[in-house]
Design a protein around this ligand. Structure first.
Ligand code: ZN
Length: 377
């Protein structure tokens, strides 16, 4: 991962590079931003730049010994810590016991990773992963090691919110006064969930969401999609490249959700009861199992939100590129300040009911009647 492999975020890249060229690399930094915004990718490109022995003006060289080891994420002075938990294979978990899985996972996801994807990668979906006491001890060991090859030792802590509270005090001193040439790069999504004592000791690097165009460029580079599909996905994921990857890997599903949502809303607005009954019947058959229904309502939430966004900023209508997204152009006037909160609440309630195995026909019937009223508010 080089800076040039990350689309957008030019200001942040410039700032990070400047900190290195001015020799002002802060020893503990927190890359904070929403899922899929590129904070982890940026932290790796930054770490690589710090360690590169032939730094160019705007990026690491990509070919020096250090860069070659970064290609494999196997630089001896690059250390990763991340949430983990016991599995059937690993009884006494710590980050180091998952390191090979971690490297493969990061590369496969093109550095756009999420906690839920990581948990499913190591089969701990039903557990709470943490960066545990063993990890804290390992971090302290790393700090006390001499660096092997590069001038700097880099310690990347993915999801600093998941720090096991009891082990944090051990590290506070390290964050405050780390040994020379040790750089902590913490990654997090939720500032409020990070221990205050950690937060007060790190320099914040706020990473905003990607622009839709960054997402589009990423999809063109990494996913073989119809350009129309890539355009739809980049518009609806709200700058979240992790979500864009999920959708791209699942394009048929996305089109299924899109078409059905559009149909459903048309039938509700026109109050076409007979066709609505047929649609509900078919939808119940096509969405057997909770997962598909959950995805459908998550998708519906996003469509409602995007409609409101278009409503608030009419210029983005121009950016909606294709036939299917043309639906949004027609649909958005029906979403407004009067109904968006209730619609949001109803879709969220639907998600809740799906979790509890409600009969989908009943759910759709009830929700359709509500939408008939809401869309005319
Ligand atoms: Zn290099």
């Amino acid at each position: 991962m080089l800076f040039k492999d990350i689309f957008g975020h030019e200001n942040i890249k410039r700032r990070l590079i400047k900190s290195v060229t001015n020799n002002r690399v802060s020893h503990a930094q927190l890359f904070l931003g929403a899922e899929g915004c590129g904070k982890f990718a940026l932290s790796i490109a930054y770490a690589r730049y710090i360690c590169c022995t032939d730094k160019q003006e705007f990026d690491a060289c990509g070919v020096c010994k250090s860069c070659q080891k970064y290609n494999k994420l196997e630089h001896p002075d690059l250390h990763f810590f991340f949430p983990n938990a016991a599995t059937t294979k690993v009884k006494k978990p710590s980050s180091k016991s998952f390191l090979n899985d971690w490297r493969a996972f990061v590369k496969e996801k093109k550095f756009y990773i999420s906690l839920s994807d990581w948990y499913s990668e190591i089969n701990i979906e039903n557990k709470q992963g943490i960066i545990n006491a063993e990890d804290a001890l390992d971090i302290i060991k790393v700090i006390n090691l001499k660096s092997y090859e590069s001038a700097y030792k880099i310690i990347i802590i993915y999801m600093a919110e998941k720090f096991y509270h009891a082990s944090a005090p051990k590290l506070l001193k390290a964050f405050e006064e780390p040994p020379e040439r040790t750089v902590f790069l913490l990654i997090a999504e939720n500032q409020d969930a990070i221990l205050k004592t950690i937060l007060s000791r790190v320099q914040l690097v706020k990473v905003p969401k990607h622009a839709a165009n960054d997402v589009l460029m990423f999809l063109k580079e990494h996913k073989s999609l119809e350009s129309q599909d890539a355009a739809i996905i980049s518009k609806i994921v709200d700058g979240n490249i992790v979500e864009a990857i999920r959708m791209a890997d699942n394009t048929k599903d996305v089109i299924f959700y899109f078409e059905n949502f559009a149909n459903w809303m048309r039938l509700c607005y026109t109050r076409n009861f007979s066709d609505l009954i047929v649609w509900i019947d078919e939808m119940a058959k096509k969405t057997v199992g909770r997962e598909k229904l959950k995805k459908f309502f998550t998708f519906s939430l996003r469509m409602a939100r995007n409609s409101l966004l278009i409503n608030l900023n009419s210029s983005s209508i121009m950016a909606v590129p294709n036939n299917e997204a043309g639906f949004l152009e027609k649909f958005h006037p029906f979403i407004n300040e009067r109904n968006i909160l209730t619609i949001n609440e109803e879709f969220n309630k639907a998600l809740y009911h799906v979790e509890r195995n409600i009969n989908p026909k009943m759910l759709f019937m009830d929700l359709s009647f509500k939408m008939m009223k809401l869309l005319r508010l």
